[in-house]
Design a protein around this ligand. Sequence first.
Ligand code: GDD
Ligand code: MN
Length: 361
Amino acid sequence: MAAELSLVIPTFNESANLRELLRRVDAALAGVVWEMIVVDDNSPDGTWRLAKEVALEDPRVRCLRRVNRRGLAGACIEGMLASSAPVVAVMDADLQHDERILPQMLEKIRGGADLVVGSRHVEGGSADEGFSARRAFISRFATSMAKKALNAQFNDLMSGFFMIRRAIVDACAPDLTPAGFKILADLVASAPKPLRVEEVGYTFRERHAGESKLDVKVALDFVGLLLNKASGGRIPVRFIFFALVGASGVGVHMATLYAALAAGVSFEMAQSLAVLVAMTTNFFINNAITYRDAKIKGFGPLALGLLYFYAVCAIGAVANVGIAEFLFHRYGLVTFAALAGVVMGSVWNFALSSLFVWRKE
Ligand code: GDD
Ligand code: MN
């Protein structure tokens, strides 16, 4: 019989949880025809190998092994697109999501809902068990920001546990962002028409085995995603980070400048030093954040990358001054001309950095 429900399980180093997950899902979904698609990003612990073993024993299970790619959202998107069941659900592999609410979620879809969110923030839902106080705070903060940015009408926007009609995913798949963690918020923002959303509460459990992959960079991805959606998808996430790093460079520049002046260095020297220090810190921050998927490693490649980055920035500075001068002479507006120069220089730096400094094969 054809499956009514596809469970998409993104995994990275979850081999200690997979069999238990399957056992519990099987028990919870008695009477439903379902399939499971494990999407593994080539986990070092061999989760994909285990998943394929399991798939030989249980034909309802499949494994999609992705290589040279990382990212929860991208894994979820590809898993959902690989499915042919009319309903898909995304669920973590670490047993933090309560599989026992799956039948209730499916019931709501059958009753006409487009999207059902497993929610930690409605009555009957809680996050006390699986969250540290710090995580709980970050989660609440991110949720309220996202609700505002996306104008969403339901509570647990940060949830990684949801069920949706596959047709909706098919319709907006090309607009989804594969970077980061926040596939649900992205889906809601990208859906072609407002969705009929319902929530089912559950208790967020402690992770069964292994450790969390959510870190500061993942949180940054999320900020980038919100900014991207706020700009109507017109400004690429990577450029937003590049620009933010550039803006932070102004702070570094000023700090260096004043420190050097205080040390009795001449203004020209202090200014040059500040430019150099700001470019250098920008390079390393961009390497760690903006281009983390194309990160340059090792002393030689880093030194070379840094030199390229200096060259790119130097040309960017010329472009900046050129455009600003042109506009200033034409319109005589100082702030406008200067800002246009800054934007021009940033776009130039970004384009050339992406092409020459952090090029991806
Ligand atoms: N394929 C793939 N690639 N899977 C990944 C990746 C990745 O890069 N990163 C994480 N995963 C898988 C994990 O193996 C796990 O099954 C699931 O995605 C969630 O990852 P965790 O590392 O357990 O995340 P968490 O528990 O800290 O975060 C959970 O709570 C957040 C809400 O605060 C998740 O449910 C998030 O989706 C949710 O937003
Ligand atoms: Mn988890």
